[in-house]
Write a protein that binds this ligand. Structure first.
Ligand code: ADP
Length: 464
């Protein structure tokens, strides 16, 4: 059987309250029985000696026994559950409760028996009698027999005390149950309400509505963590979904131009409008090459942009890597008459060498691509014990201010017409940024139109 959180919490509160109240009443009753019994037995001894004293004071050598006073003491004792019999030295009865009023004595005995049965069903009690000597100035003048229901008994007021105590326990129990029900219901409502909301948010997410968020805060830590986790999940799914749509749109956009060009060229040639000469076929071939490059770039993008980009880290000298890449570019720089200045020191870093060299190649080839003849490109590498700073600066065409925030986005090209000719698809920087971020580093750009561009890479030397 499945219960709601609310039912379970309320039931547990009630259960705890019932267990506590029952335990308190049982333990109290057990202790009460033991101590109250001892108290009653002690008290009986005290009452007996008080009666003996009081009766002894009613004897006077000159006048003998004051029978009326003994009688009033005897009636008082009878009312308290004691049957007394006073005899003088000769064994003559001075006063006897049984003789005075035997009906009252029997009534009193059966009342005490009832009191005891009401508390202890099956109680076995009997009449007990104790005898005490009565002395006057050191000499025995008689004796008193005190009888009562034994071994001990509860008077009406004793029983009333015990019953009141038990009634208090019952009232406390009832109030506790009521309170635990109310508090349980309130508490469970406070806990289950935000959980219910989280469930409905999660259901919305599972149906594909990623926009739903749960902003309500609870005073329960775990519930806030659950809400945050679900909100993060929604956020991630939403951004994944956006990325997916964006990527599809971008790819469609990128494919459209070369495909349209190819289509129109082919149609013109099929219709005989154009002759299929070498030059036109070459132009078609170039478009096909562009498509090919684009498909290759898309493959790379998928590899580098995925969140779990795996890095194969080793320790190597970044300065040496840069020098080697620079040497590979020497001819291209020379043919464009661009000066390439490399100023690096030995900087050992722990990183994925292939991927880092991919970034440097991207940035250096961009610098070469976007710098006019007779320009200059500076590569410098500095570092301290924690990290390195690599700068690749050119005196090229620069990037317009309005384009700067977007150049790391995929397929973004600052100058579309020019870039189409240079062949860039606009993903080199996207890949560079993804690799650097996977290394817990940062890439920054500073640029001024027609003056030049500087890319700065900051990388920690050691990564976890
Ligand atoms: P692409 O393959 O088009 O070069 P990138 O992602 O490498 O793609 O660069 C994105 C855009 O940023 C480029 O199209 C270009 O407009 C601009 N850009 C990148 N590097 C430079 C640079 N050194 N000088 C001027 N513009 C640059």
């Amino acid at each position: 059987m499945k219960f709601s959180l609310r039912t379970k919490l309320t039931m547990s509160y009630i259960l705890i309250a019932s267990i506590c109240v029952s335990l308190i009443s049982i333990i109290s009753n057990v202790y009460l029985d033991k101590h109250f019994k001892d108290y009653i037995i002690n008290n009986q001894e005290k009452k007996n000696s008080e009666i003996v004293n009081m009766v002894a004071q009613q004897y006077d050598a000159a006048r003998g026994w004051d029978k009326y006073s003994v009688q009033s003491i005897g009636i008082g004792a009878l009312e308290n559950g004691m049957i007394i019999k006073v005899k003088d030295n000769e064994g003559m009865i001075v006063w006897d409760a049984m003789l005075y009023n035997s009906g009252m004595c029997h009534d009193m005995m059966s009342r005490m028996a009832d009191n005891m049965y009401s508390r202890y069903p099956g109680w076995k009690g009997e009449y007990v009698e104790n005898s005490y000597p009565i002395t006057y100035q050191g000499e025995a003048v008689g004796k008193i027999e005190i009888g009562y229901y034994g071994p001990f008994y509860f008077t009406d007021s004793d029983l009333a005390f015990i019953n009141t105590l038990n009634r208090v326990f019952i009232s406390v129990g009832v109030v506790s149950l009521f309170l635990s029900f109310i508090i349980g219901a309130l508490m469970s409502k406070r806990i289950s309400k935000p959980i219910t909301r989280v469930i409905s948010t999660a259901r919305m997410i599972s149906r594909g509505y990623y926009g739903g968020r749960n902003d309500e805060r609870s005073d329960t830590k775990e519930i806030n963590q659950l809400t945050d986790a679900i909100n993060d999940l929604a956020q991630n799914l939403e951004s994944q979904e956006r990325l997916r749509k964006q990527l599809t749109a971008d790819v469609a956009h990128e494919l459209r131009t070369p495909l349209a060009t190819l289509q129109s060229h082919m149609e013109a040639m099929i219709d005989g409008v154009w002759e299929a000469d070498a030059e036109r076929l070459k132009s078609c071939h170039e478009e096909i090459m562009r498509l090919n490059r684009l498909v290759g770039d898309l493959g790379k993008l998928a590899k580098y942009e995925s969140d779990n980009l795996t890095l194969n880290k080793t320790e190597f000298d970044l300065g040496e890597l840069i020098t080697r890449i620079g040497q590979n570019f020497e001819n291209e720089f020379r043919s464009k008459n661009i000066v390439l200045l490399i100023n690096v020191s030995e900087q050992r870093i722990f990183a994925d060498k292939d991927k880092i060299s991919q970034i440097i190649i991207n940035l250096v080839s961009n610098a070469l691509k976007y710098t006019q003849d007779s320009g200059q490109v500076n590569i410098s590498l500095t570092g301290d014990k924690d990290g390195i700073r690599l700068s690749i600066a050119d005196s090229g065409i620069g990037i317009a201010k309005e384009d700067l925030p977007y150049i790391f986005e995929r397929f973004y090209r600052a100058d579309k017409s020019r870039n189409r000719l240079t062949g860039g698809a606009g993903i080199g920087l996207t890949i560079a940024k993804a690799i650097i971020e996977a290394h817990k580093g940062r890439i920054e750009v500073q640029s001024e139109l027609n003056k030049g561009t500087a890319f700065t890479i900051l990388l920690p030397k050691k990564q976890a």
